[in-house]
Design a protein around this ligand. Structure first.
Ligand code: NAI
Length: 259
């Protein structure tokens, strides 16, 4: 299956060892993009590379810590040397930490900000340096609906995602005159290892029903999202169908944030 704007392109996807990033990499590859995948987890990344190879694709897979901007630059250089000029960049790497602010250790705050904010900066800057001068291409940051609505027990994560969203929109303004689009996809609860770890004690039922004590309304559409639901939104935003859309934040959360 090919898609205009994706078929024949070169894509970089971070966080591709698992969940949403893996689904995005598979989805773009299925539609004709040559993909370079990165993650800090080499084992999960090798599994993604195997899934791509089983489907006939030849990805470039590299262990990358997105909070290390020099390594991110190196990865983009490797991707371009191997696959050609990058057209599409998807930042899906992310780290979650939960718990009350009073109990949040300095290193937890710094780690969450390093991955979710500095990582998005490093990837966005690497994209700007390459896509900007060529005057084409697009970027999508996978942020979170928690960046736009207060959530108890998620302050560091919410702050990091608000930073990722604001950074991406500002980058979109900067690159718009050059013809490069930057958008945000903000998932709500999505069935991935990250969400499964967070709900290990409770399961998904409380997510659907909501929790008045925590001022959470639940999920109006009555289901937890799948990584493919999020990948479909990313696909739309990177395709030619979205050629007049930039600086947009697309919520994929079943209505959980009532917007
Ligand atoms: P996941 O935990 O399955 O995947 C996240 C991936 O990011 C993992 O493969 C992990 O190794 C990688 N990663 C973590 N730190 C990294 C680093 N420093 N450098 C490179 N890679 C790193 O989680 P999921 O759900 O697939 O998350 C994807 C994105 O979606 C994240 O940005 C997350 O914050 C966001 N998100 C997820 C939601 C959910 O309910 N699953 C809800 C809202 C947003």
């Amino acid at each position: 299956m090919s898609e205009k704007g994706i078929d024949g392109s070169v894509s970089v996807v971070t966080g591709a060892a698992s969940g949403i990033g893996r689904a995005v990499a598979l989805d773009l590859a299925e539609r004709g993009s040559r993909v370079a995948v990165a993650d800090i987890d080499p084992v999960g990344l090798a599994a993604t590379a195997d899934l791509l190879a089983e489907r006939g694709h030849k990805p470039l897979a590299r262990a990358v810590d997105v909070s290390d901007p020099a390594r991110v630059e190196e990865f983009f250089d490797e991707a371009e040397a191997d696959l050609g000029p990058v057209d599409t960049v998807v930042s899906a790497a992310g780290a979650l930490a939960t718990g009350p602010v009073a109990d949040c250790a300095d290193q937890v705050w710094h780690r969450v900000l390093a991955v979710n904010a500095t990582g998005v900066f490093a990837v966005g800057r690497a994209a700007a340096r390459r896509l900007g001068p060529r005057g084409r291409g697009c970027l999508v940051t996978v942020s979170s609906n928690a960046g736009g609505v207060p959530r108890a027990g998620m302050a560091a994560y919410a702050a990091s995602k608000a930073a990722a969203t604001a950074f991406t929109k500002s980058l979109g303004l900067e690159l718009a005159p050059l013809g490069v689009r930057c958008n945000v996809v903000s998932p709500g609860s999505t069935d991935t290892p990250m969400l499964r770890a967070m709900t290990a004690d409770t399961g998904y039922a409380p997510l659907l029903a909501g929790d008045p004590a925590a001022f959470k309304v639940g999920i109006p559409l009555g289901r937890v999202g799948t990584p493919q639901d999020v990948a479909a939104a990313v696909r739309f935003l990177v395709s030619d169908a979205a050629r007049h859309i930039t600086m947009h934040e697309l919520y994929v959360d079943g209505g959980a944030t009532l917007r």
